[in-house]
Design a protein around this ligand. Sequence first.
Ligand code: SAH
Length: 401
Amino acid sequence: MTALPWPDRGDRTARPGPADQPGFSPRRPAPPRHLADLDPAARRAAVAELGQPPFRADQLSRHYFGRLTGDPAQMTDLPAAGRAELAEALLPGLLTAQREQQADQGTTVKTLWRAADGAYLESVLMRYPGRVTMCVSSQAGCGMACPFCATGQAGLTRNLSTAEIVEQVVAGARALAAGRVAGGPGRVSNVVFMGMGEPLANYNRVIAAVRRLTDPVPAGLGMSQRQITVSTVGLVPAIRKLAAEDLSVTLAVSLHAPDDDLRDELVPVNQRWKVAEVLGAAWDYAAATGRRVSIEYALIRDVNDQAWRAEALGELLAGRLAHVNLIPLNPTPGSKWTASRPADQDTFVARLAEAGVPVTVRDTRGREIDGACGQLAARADAKAAGVQAASAQAGPGGRAR
Ligand code: SAH
């Protein structure tokens, strides 16, 4: 059993802080304000404050969300005088690509980003036949301390702003639109909050980001709510709050064990909210939204992959609006744990299927570039490791790689 890492290590994000900035350490300046942080009314107010007509906010929003550009030179419908000022005030550069790594013949792309304050975060683009999924970070680091996850080992640096989350998706959308991803021009169809961080510990900004991603242009990117998945360790009050948002996003719960004894160790926040409470909140989410809940279960050899645990899991889930996504454990530095034997994985799948529980095994996309689940660590030495994209900016200019 690990020492109780929660709420002590996680409380900066789990508990609402002062004013509108929970989770931001007072020593760290908040990221610059960006159009994507604001709803349309607030954007108009911000433009008016600059002494420009409020409808310019819609024009700027169309450029950013519709045409995916932040480059004032391309905003020819805005008067040349004042254009740069608007872009500077509302479309500041937030993330600089530090390194880009590709796998799967260029259809998986992991980007290491550096924020204005020097925080590092990662996003992963995954192209499949017929869809493109962006896996985004919601925090720099993570305070949840799950022992099998690389991000959890380094602790939390800070929450990301709404715009920093949205920018990861916009950067992917730009790369796809420009045909810079193998497979030709395309669009981002799905977003999963499965990168670094615990999204429900950065609740307000994540919800605002979901709205920016799904509101129609010019308010947002116009994606479908159903194509967005929010993955959580199981912060019960936040799951209940999410159920009341009137959003139809998919909820994914990182369960990893059907019993509290083991889950206390694998997902330390379980010491606060037990399996039964987490699943109770998940079923209420399913009832409120009509959406099938995804139960994530990383299969760890001889730790949580026994047939009896599959049966116990099957009992918990049978008859529920749920589906199990088994994740073969991805290796992380220094971890003693490894993926299950193929025969044990097969037995696990079979037991769940016998219980009538829909089950799939997730692919291990991006594993060799440490881009797969639980491998995102955003090492700060990345710079030294060969920066190929140092000049690529995902801000004004729209030249994100
Ligand atoms: N904090 C959120 C999002 C994290 S990442 C959450 O916990 O749900 C998405 C999934 O990857 C989670 O289910 C997480 O437990 C899982 N994961 C973490 N480390 C992993 C590893 N080394 N191998 C496989 N899956 C892992």
